[in-house]
Design a protein around this ligand. Structure first.
Ligand SMILES: NC(=O)c1ccc[n+]([C@@H]2O[C@H](COP(=O)([O-])OP(=O)(O)OC[C@H]3O[C@@H](n4cnc5c(N)ncnc54)[C@H](O)[C@@H]3O)[C@@H](O)[C@H]2O)c1
Ligand SMILES: [Zn+2]
Ligand SMILES: [Zn+2]
Length: 337
């Protein structure tokens, strides 16, 4: 089977590998669509920390079940599925408390072990979700949208709550989408005007703010002198994350969905004076995947608008370099296998 390996930073290799064996407890999935995200771009450029090469990338996966070993999941051969790429140990304290998304020895397909830029993978059956009512493209982007859905669930966003989402990339879009679905009043902030326009036109965010010195005044104007009860930072930018402590209302919450290889610094008196709650949000769980599936199936969430670029597996190594260029305005590229 054809497999694309990232041999080392900036180097792809198209190879033929043996089709994996479907081990006990696993299902063999024919991969049909692969979503590309920042993680893949960073891995290719060699600036993904803790990454080892060679590695088969790809963790936003959809396809069809070809073979299944034992079956206690109601998934059948021929079913269309999404893959939950986070392989948890199942017995650490986090796993035992249901927080498999932050398992202490988590292995993510396409990150810590070989992923889906190939024709077949064999994965534990309990890491598949049936997606027969979704298109293959929709099924491939359930994973990135689940990141946002998880952050929103973790923050327990309520109807009518004022929410600011900083960072209007694919991850921020997911946060905005699912916060709006909860009935929150969402404002988007970014440095990039085009992305803010996209938030307005495609996600239906009524108010957007250009990040900068005046942002806090604009927020107060929008919220009748008040500030958002919950602020999500989905930038992965240390300056934005440091500044984000100023935006939540007294007693509010700050959720870091974006992550950064750096120290975050903030003023403790300000943090205490507001009695802020600070949270991180990592990956997603099956519950989040099911929530996203349902939202897409019911038509409440439209994904087609943010699928901006396409390729097939064979051509992917050639077009991938274009996806690294800001001027190509990639939001989500999809590889067809
Ligand atoms: N929580 C998780 O499990 C999880 C999963 C995947 C990705 N992530 C992280 O989420 C973050 C966002 O991912 P993405 O793919 O959407 O990235 P992206 O780079 O496409 O989007 C980030 C956005 O933030 C904006 N931005 C950068 N600096 C800013 C600043 N100072 N002020 C305002 N806006 C600013 C950029 O203009 C951009 O639009 C990354 O840090 C990524 O590593 C987290
Ligand atoms: Zn991703
Ligand atoms: Zn675990």
């Amino acid at each position: 089977m054809k497999t694309i390996v990232c041999k080392e930073p900036y180097k792809w290799e198209i190879t033929e590998r043996e089709k994996p064996k479907c081990q006990h407890g696993e299902a063999l999935v024919r991969i049909q669509r692969i979503g590309i995200c920042g993680t893949d771009l960073h891995a290719f450029c060699g600036n993904q920390p803790f990454f080892t090469y060679p590695r088969v990338l790809g963790h936003e996966l959809s396809g069809t079940v070809e073979e299944i070993s034992v079956n206690n999941t109601k998934i059948k051969v021929g079913d269309q599925v999404s893959v939950i790429p986070y392989l948890e140990c199942g017995y650490c304290p986090a796993c035992r408390s249901g927080k498999t998304n932050c398992c202490s020895s988590l292995k993510v397909l396409g990150v810590h072990q070989d992923g889906g830029m190939t024709e077949y993978i064999s994965v534990p059956t309990n890491h598949l979700i049936k997606m027969n009512d979704l298109t293959l493209e929709q099924a491939a982007v359930v994973e990135p949208l689940s990141i946002g859905a998880h952050a929103v669930r973790r923050a327990a966003i309520r109807k009518g709550e004022k929410v600011l989402v900083i960072g209007a990339g694919p991850i921020g879009f997911g946060v905005m989408t699912f916060a709006q679905l909860q009935g929150a009043l969402v404002v988007a902030m970014d440095l990039n005007k085009e992305r803010l326009l996209f938030c307005k036109e495609k996600i239906g965010i009524p108010h957007t703010i250009l990040a900068g010195r005046n942002a806090i005044n604009e927020l107060r104007e929008l919220f009748d002198g008040g500030l958002p009860e919950t602020v999500f930072d989905a930038t992965g930018n240390v300056h934005s994350m440091n500044a984000s402590f100023t935006y939540p209302e007294q007693g509010g919450r700050l959720v870091f969905v974006g992550l950064v290889q750096d120290n975050i610094t903030f003023s403790d008196p300000d943090f205490h004076q507001k009695e802020l709650t600070l949270m991180s949000s990592r990956n997603a769980t099956r519950e989040d995947f099911l929530h996203v599936k349902q939202a897409i199936q019911s038509g409440k969430v439209k994904v087609d608008s943010f699928l901006t670029h396409r390729s097939n597996l064979q051509e992917m190594p050639n077009v991938f370099k274009d996806w690294l260029l800001p001027e190509t305005n990639v939001l989500k590229a999809i590889v067809e296998v």
